[in-house]
Ligand binder design. Sequence first.
Ligand SMILES: NC(=O)c1ccc[n+]([C@@H]2O[C@H](COP(=O)([O-])OP(=O)(O)OC[C@H]3O[C@@H](n4cnc5c(N)ncnc54)[C@H](O)[C@@H]3O)[C@@H](O)[C@H]2O)c1
Ligand SMILES: [Zn+2]
Length: 373
Amino acid sequence: MNSNAEMDFIKINLESESYKIFFGKDYIENSANYIREFTKTNKIAIITDENTANLYLNKISRSLLESKYEVIHIILKSGEKIKNISSVENVINTLLEKRFERDDLIIGLGGGVIGDLAGFIASIIHRGVNFINFPTTLLAQVDSSIGGKTGVNTKYGKNLIGSFKQPLAVFSDTSSLSTLPVREIKAGYSELVKHALIKDNELFMWLCENWNVIFNQEEEIIKAIKWSSNIKATLVQEDVRERGSRALLNLGHTYAHAIESLLKYDGTILHGEAVSVGIILAYKTSYLLGYSKKDELNKIIEHFNDVGLITDLRKFNKDNIDSDMLLNAMNNDKKVKSGQKTFIIPEGIGKAFISNKINDEIIKSIVDTALAS
Ligand SMILES: NC(=O)c1ccc[n+]([C@@H]2O[C@H](COP(=O)([O-])OP(=O)(O)OC[C@H]3O[C@@H](n4cnc5c(N)ncnc54)[C@H](O)[C@@H]3O)[C@@H](O)[C@H]2O)c1
Ligand SMILES: [Zn+2]
């Protein structure tokens, strides 16, 4: 059943590892109908977290059990803290104890934390098993479930252990967003709008008029999520291993990662919140360098304010952010190559380029100005 022709999807074209990302409203409830064509196994392990499990684990499992699949539940605590190598080891031990085999299937059910962790486990257990992702946060649906980056954090920084593991399919069930706290919706929206800012002025204009479809779960929500996801998909296809253009997806992230690391990932801010401020700082950098106009910067600030995204660095200033600290954090980022920081500089709205040539004085002046009251 369910021929792809009737379903809303985008395709990620990657030589031997192409797959589809499906957008719809009943994938969790009718999971067995949708996954059947992707796997011959009878055994499925669902990796999820407590919050998602409380809301959706019964739903997804009922469909699978009715179709006579044997289902293993792995429920982790919710939050970024579990995204580490000892969770990986624990989960793998549990799976092996339950005789999870080479041809069996792992399903990830949850936000980006679960997607990254479950995908990573699927890439290493038995040297790689089949993986299908059911992302349940906006951030995961527009961003982390697309492109095959998986991994866990270390004490030296985020995502420093990982692999590329493309899933067999992704089922983005937008009905799951109805239970997501508004704060999490906003965090995901930062990444969604980021795609518009780097590649698609038309999407940005559309979002300025229609952002309510996301926040009020209106009918057109799938259009918005699909439009934004398509931009990420295109960049991933061009450069799956991030040797070049895929890095455009890091707009705002050099600032954002530094802010997050100064706040020690203590949960006071969400990644998407740091990203919205990071995007504004990137636009300020672009304006200072003459690549964006004042009214473009203002339009973005205005839109972020309308939506309720954080735009002001002072929001985080708990005596632990100043320009020197921020620069220090950027320099300590393990992804910095031979001391060169990479910035994504927007050129107006809908275009951006990668630069390794932004000097510290510019960053210092942007941050000092942003912190001055
Ligand atoms: N792989 C990639 O390319 C990529 C890209 C961006 C971000 N990421 C990673 O994604 C992670 C962040 O993802 P996230 O923002 O989804 O966080 P998350 O997975 O922690 O989810 C946020 C919160 O929402 C809860 N939740 C999930 N689905 C829900 C639902 N439908 N209703 C109610 N609550 C729900 C979760 O339990 C959690 O408490 C980070 O670890 C980040 O590094 C990865
Ligand atoms: Zn991000």
